[in-house]
Design a protein around this ligand. Sequence first.
Ligand code: DON
Length: 327
Amino acid sequence: MPETSESDERNQREVWAREVVARLHDDHAPLTDGVPADYIPELADVDPDTFAISVAMVDGRRVGAGAGTHPFTIQSISKLLMYGLALETHGREAVMRRVGVAPTGDSFNAILLDEDDNRAPNPMVNAGAMAITDLVVGDSIGARVDVVRSLYERYLGRLPELDHHVWASEQATGNRNRAIAYLMLSRGIIEDRVEETLDLYFAQCSVLVTCDDLAMIGATLANHGVHPTTGEQVVAPEVVRDMLSVALTCGMYDYAGEWVFTVGIPAKSGVGGGILGILPGVGGLATFSPRLDQFGNSVRGVKVFEEFSAQFGLHLFDPGRPWRPSR
Ligand code: DON
């Protein structure tokens, strides 16, 4: 008897989610504010109108609207997965020696270190992300790219492809990242294989994913690191806790404070146009739309998250969370 009411409730949630996702897609499709990233020339080569919203629940159910299977580069969303890999491989203490957890309030590519502790501020800005990439084990770029691809494989359920044009475009134009990386070398924060680590960082950003993939990554993290459909323990629960903590405080760059206040969902965005949100114990919510605001976050994506969170009372500190539809 209780089982029936539990599954009734899950079915009811799915119906609500389907209605809300379809409505949010229709409501926000006409919004054309913002511009796709063009500081990496190849990134500008997208259809700016492509739009997707995807939800994956911890029980593996999926709901979506729009171009959920359209591939795009994961960009900075990779930073969250790579942080988890570093924590699992090297442990918290070793990682914290190189990268802290303090939000900066500065842009993602700020040339800024934590001077007091001689480390990068946090793993979600480029400095911290490259210090994390430096921790990928392997004696050649090929071996290290394989480590990264197999990390993605566990989350995606398939070995990912890289967009080689975007990868090459980042290599050719990434001089600001080069400056940050060499500054970290001069301070002893990263090892003396800077060009290789930069190359690997550009590779991790150039991995192709879909909005449906991002939602399932979110559902895996929401499910204590267990992939809802493969059943694999992709990442340890205590590592997920650390990943979600920095996603909540630093995942949306200099918009992070407003994001926590209005949306209250741990999330990570990328300049490719994706946003990945994690609803602990419930599932993953993802959006894809390449037009970005001044912070580098997807304009439609931010609006969809704001409304989805309000509609279902999904702010982490909402008294009725989870799944109290406010209508
Ligand atoms: O470092 C860069 O320029 C990119 N490969 C990643 C940037 C990114 O996605 C930052 N995001 N919002």
